[in-house]
Design a protein. Sequence first.
Length: 355
Amino acid sequence: MEGVSSKVQSAPAGAHYDTDVIVVGAGPVGLFAVFELGLLGLKAHLVDVLDRPGGQCAELYPEKPIYDIPGLPVVTGQGLTDALMAQIAPFSPTFHLAQMAEGLERLADGKFKLRTELGTTIAAPVLVIAAGGGSFVPRKPKIDGIEAYEGKSVFYAVRQMERFRGRDLVIAGGGDSALDWVLNLQPLAKTVTLIHRRDDFRAAPHSVERMRALVAQGKVRLEIADIKGVVGADGQLSALQCQSKEKGVYTIPCSDLLAFYGLTMKLGPIAEFGLNLHENLIPVNTETFETSEKGVFAIGDINTYPGKLKLILCGFHEGALMAQAAFKIARPGERLVFLYTTSSTDLQKKLGVTS
């Protein structure tokens, strides 16, 4: 499913930029931080290793429903991303996509200079790290030759459900992602086979019950086996080679493999920024969400503090408090006046909702 985020143009790489705040990470928390900063008149540049805004929500779960966003009884990952992009549009943030933040230095004037792997440099008095768990990559099955099929008939995320209508799918894994997509894609696909190495699943009990009901009804095939190889040509699968104790080596015909073995999180170059770290997370002061380095803030899943909950709505709260502290650093000579969007005509003008 494509949305607003897929249409965002990344700024030219290799150039130098100056701004008020650099935000590393363009997931939901990073995007909402832009809104809070914008209300205070602070301009933001966002850097993300992915090629579109939205973070995990848009990359891995674009069509998966989310139920705990305030005011939205249900919204998909892509829907939330699109709504946040629309919300921050009045502030015209600049995106630097498909490039990793690689280095950070403190300049003589006190500002930070961030360098990306593509040679882009951005200077600002404030740096906000909203990088989730860091750079994430899917755990891939250890199968010879599978790389030739990736992106064509082997996938590690579902971006468009319609892509799999009428297809013969094998879904591999035993967690929430695997079972969620078994349940969501079964009505669309021609056939669905769930394969897992053991008859024990780590997913929500309700999802496991629904999956087993579909198996009992003959609508889903369950295989307790290991995938050993791929069969096909020119990137198109025709079958998977599998092995189990009961059946030995055998094949499962299929047109597509969706493998959900979880993610490997890597903090990446952020670990070299000179910040205090605790188990690959960044401790923060809960009054401002500033790190051990003055002017550097961490919000969302990347930070840690007593009582921390890894929820999007908590990251939104952290972004609001961070913005208040960031203003005092970026505008040291200006007085910060707290205003409400419901009553402030100045804020409403910034948002374009009043003349």
